[in-house]
Design a protein around this ligand. Structure first.
Ligand SMILES: O=P(O)(O)O[C@H]1O[C@H](CO)[C@@H](O)[C@H]1O
Length: 348
């Protein structure tokens, strides 16, 4: 039986008491662990969604800042969303590419966290993209909103249980690589999990093997074949000189980084920095999803004390809006190629 406490769950996790899934005695001291989503709780969420969507998505998309539309208003807590053009600076989003869309507000989905960040609308949109059944997250969850990483990543597992095999993750990021200009796109080929260095990982806690193994590898976290296809597609649609490959890193936020922090990240080998994505990629790989991620470079990181420019979330969203059409085209064309080739998931 599970008790619901303000969206948190008191449900018992498999492997939580007694012996853990790696065979070691499992004494639980973290009070947070008892509130994690169990497999059964996620099935409840999935059943609700399935009762409203008449097809199974195979593609999942997480829209980054400014790429998932800005502000929504709900009418009488119904599933129907009303977009207010006077407060919404965006004319579209990746989700708008979906045909015959069905939009479900996070507020109506059992157990779902709620979006609190400007530029992250807060709904799941189901439809078809390049002919493929797709679910799009208009609004992701960030650590700085106060959500633990396992909660930020809950929708990834929901997508997995809905049938998603391929996850496209987008984000807005600051460019650390001096070759990157505002508006460029970086295909993520690796990440540095800085929060993980301090022991903060979405997979922390008892492992449920129904999602994936206790010790998942991460050296092939970003599908190489799709990165190569994305480069080909970028060339075909005239974006060749605006795309790069590189390493993404995520800090907890919400403040932007200091000059010293940015110089340290550069030395570590990061090409772009943001406040998301890494934990989503880890969760997706854990449950055997094929991942493709890209960053829209919305600002050049200030790495000299003499520079007076300051990053702002408004600038981040503005660049998202400006580059929206290119990103839509890139994703749409890429998906055609990916499924034409029939790329399989990581573990078959
Ligand atoms: O990573 P996404 O959600 O795209 O957003 C990025 O933009 C916001 C800062 O402007 C932060 O949330 C950062 O992570």
């Amino acid at each position: 039986m599970s008790l619901k406490l303000n969206g948190y769950h008191n449900a018992k996790l498999s492997g939580q008491n007694g012996t853990s899934t790696n065979g070691h005695a499992n004494k639980i001291t973290d009070p947070d662990i008892g509130h994690r989503y169990t497999y059964e709780v996620l099935v409840e969420t999935v059943d609700f969604i399935k009762s409203r969507v008449p097809f199974e998505p195979v593609v999942g998309i997480i829209c980054g800042s400014g790429l998932g539309k800005n502000q929504i208003r709900h009418k009488n807590a119904s599933d129907i969303l009303y977009l207010f053009s006077e407060i919404d600076p965006f004319t579209g989003s990746l989700a708008e590419c979906l045909t015959s869309p069905i939009e479900i507000s996070y507020t109506t989905i059992p157990n779902f966290p709620q979006s609190t960040v400007k530029g992250h609308a807060g709904s799941l949109v189901f439809g078809h993209l390049s002919g493929l059944p797709t679910v799009c997250m208009k609004g992701r969850f960030h650590y700085y909103e106060g959500y633990p990483l396992w909660k930020c990543c809950m929708p990834v597992r929901v997508m997995k249980l809905l049938g998603v095999t391929h996850l496209i993750i987008t984000n807005a990021a600051g460019g650390l690589n001096p070759k990157f200009k505002v508006g460029d796109i970086m295909f993520v080929n690796d990440h540095i999990n800085i929060m993980g260095f301090a022991g903060n990982n979405p997979l922390q806690g008892p492992n449920d093997e129904r999602f994936g193994p206790r010790f998942p590898p991460m050296n092939q976290a970003y599908n190489r074949t799709i990165i190569n296809l994305a480069k080909k597609v970028a060339k075909e649609i005239g974006l060749a000189d605006r795309v790069h490959e590189g390493v993404y890193t995520c800090l907890g936020g919400p403040n932007f980084e200091t000059v010293a922090e940015l110089n340290m990240l550069k030395m570590l080998g990061a090409d772009a920095v943001g406040m998301s994505t890494v934990h989503e990629v880890i969760t997706a790989n854990h449950c055997n999803m094929t991942v493709f991620a890209f960053s829209l470079i919305t600002n050049e990181c200030v790495v000299h004390y003499e520079t007076e420019d300051e990053p702002s979330h408004e600038e981040v969203m503005d660049v998202g809006k400006q580059r929206e059409d290119s990103l839509k085209q890139l994703v749409t064309e890429l998906l055609k190629e990916v499924f034409h080739l029939g790329i399989t998931t990581r573990r078959g």
